[in-house]
Design a protein around this ligand. Structure first.
Ligand code: NAP
Ligand code: GDD
Length: 320
């Protein structure tokens, strides 16, 4: 019989790539979607007839229990969250309810419906915040710098706690930034690649950005969902850092993206204080040795290839 997986957050960037991967592996894929007045299925439109979509919300534990009881998945991937760091200062309580307490609701639903379910929690390098070591690995202490980061630290520790308290197969993937042509337009990589494509086509003349000095360890989302799946195939649950081991500044990101279409970034990027954050994460760079050694994971796509592919994808979308 085909294995059955439930993806919470299937309409998001990672959810769409993970659904593709699981379908390729022969899984039956259930995706939870929340009620909305407009359709939010753009990223999964191409596979919508191959997945089962069910209605539920991280804010509503009863909906989670009912979905687990009805569909009986053997694996649950919690990718659902209020995931935009900047928005977490404007909506700190909603961010906490979703990104922190939402994890407890899922874990508790699993404990109630079927404690044999294997669970993946989407933890984040944002938890390292004001970094206490370079590079960051599974032993680096957390120092979150945003309401989102604080919420993710809670989500991480409640996952560890349910694993230790109730013997759940619950793993936490501490993933560094990962991007793709499906990335939301508000995140800096996609904002830049979309802006570059617009400028190239004469549809815009500038991109307004905040802190150009921030450094991130950027990888490709398609590579990172493989690590999530690998974690749930292990005999024992554990925590893993997933990263490229390289870091680049927002300034370098601009350089690579503008170069891809033969433009000079300095002529088009405008610094706008509106995009500065109340507290910044200056430098992230992860050490993926444990994931490489234990899971046999490796990334295929490097930084310039990733950014250039995003620029090309945005050009295509706009030309359509
Ligand atoms: P994303 O594109 O923002 O997707 C978030 C998903 O969560 C969407 O499907 C969204 O549904 C859903 N969601 C939000 N609130 C919900 C609620 N109350 N109930 C049910 N679903 C809800 O995020 P992503 O980039 O794919 O990231 C996936 C996960 O990994 C997130 O937890 C994120 O925090 C974490 N993470 C991401 C990165 C990264 O670089 N991408 C790195 C580390 C960790 P709608 O479509 O209805 O909004
Ligand atoms: N979004 C955005 N917009 N970021 C900007 C801008 C801008 O105009 N200008 C500079 N930046 C800087 C931010 O200050 C930050 O330092 C960096 O670019 C990256 O910002 P985002 O792309 O918004 O991502 P993030 O690092 O805050 O968060 C992402 O990665 C986390 C993992 O480290 C999100 O995907 C989180 O959900 C994820 O957990």
């Amino acid at each position: 019989m085909a294995k059955k997986a439930l993806i919470l957050g299937i309409t998001g960037q990672d959810g769409s790539y993970l659904a593709e991967l699981l379908l390729d592996q022969g899984y039956e894929v259930i995706g939870m979607v929340r009620r909305s007045s407009t359709v939010t299925f753009e990223r999964i439109a191409h596979i919508q007839d191959r997945v089962t979509l069910v209605s539920g919300d991280l804010l509503d534990e009863v909906s989670l229990i009912n979905i687990l009881r009805e569909h009986k998945p053997s694996e649950v991937y919690n990718l659902a969250a209020q995931s935009f760091v900047q928005a977490s200062w404007a909506q700190p309580v909603l961010t906490g309810e979703t990104t922190a307490m939402g994890v407890t609701r899922v874990l508790d639903a699993i404990r109630t419906a079927d404690p044999d379910i294997r669970f993946y929690q989407a933890s984040s390098s944002e938890m390292f915040g004001k970094v206490q070591a370079v590079p960051q690995d599974e032993d680096t202490p957390f120092y979150p710098r945003s309401p989102y980061g604080v919420a993710k630290v809670y989500g991480h520790w409640i996952t560890v706690n349910y694993r230790e308290s109730y013997d759940l197969h619950a793993s936490s993937g501490i993933l560094f930034n990962h991007e793709s042509p499906r990335r939301g337009l508000e995140f800096v990589t996609r904002k830049v690649t979309n802006g570059v494509a617009k400028i190239k086509l004469g549809l815009a003349s500038e991109i307004r950005l905040g802190n150009l000095d921030a450094q991130r360890d950027w990888g490709f989302a398609g590579d990172y969902v493989r690590a999530m799946w690998l974690m749930l195939q292990q005999d024992l649950p554990d925590d893993f850092v997933v990263a490229t081991g390289e870091t680049h500044s927002v300034r370098e990101l601009c350089e690579v993206a503008f170069n891809a279409v033969g433009l000079n970034w300095e002529e088009h990027v405008v610094i706008d204080p509106a995009f500065m954050r109340p507290a910044e994460v200056d430098l992230l760079v992860g050490d993926p040795s444990k994931a490489e050694r234990v899971l046999g994971w490796h990334r295929d796509v490097d930084f310039p290839t990733l950014i250039e592919s995003m620029v090309l994808a945005d050009l295509k979308i706009l030309q359509k």
